[in-house]
Design a protein around this ligand. Sequence first.
Ligand SMILES: [Zn+2]
Length: 84
Amino acid sequence: MPRTYESRYAFAVDYLCDKCNEGYMRWGGMTLTTNPPWYPHVCDKCDHQENMRETYPHMEYRSKPLKARRAPEFDSTEPQGEPL
Ligand SMILES: [Zn+2]
C-alpha cells in the first residue's frame, strides 16, 4: 500500500473544568478498562474529578482551519526557535 501525504491543520484540544470553568482537566495516566474505556481526570485548579472518554490535552488534525473557542495562554507568546 503506497504512502500518501496531505497537509492538515493541527489543533491542541484541551478540556475546561465543568465545575470551575477556569482549570483544565488533566489525565493521571490510569485507564478504567471498560468497553469503551474511561480515563479519570482531575482539574488542575479545583481538583474536581471526572471520567472522560478521551485523554486531555491531545492533538487533533482537520482538513480545514477552525476558530479557537479559547486559546491557551501559551498561544499569546511569539514562537521560539529557528524558522524551518
Ligand atoms: Zn475546576
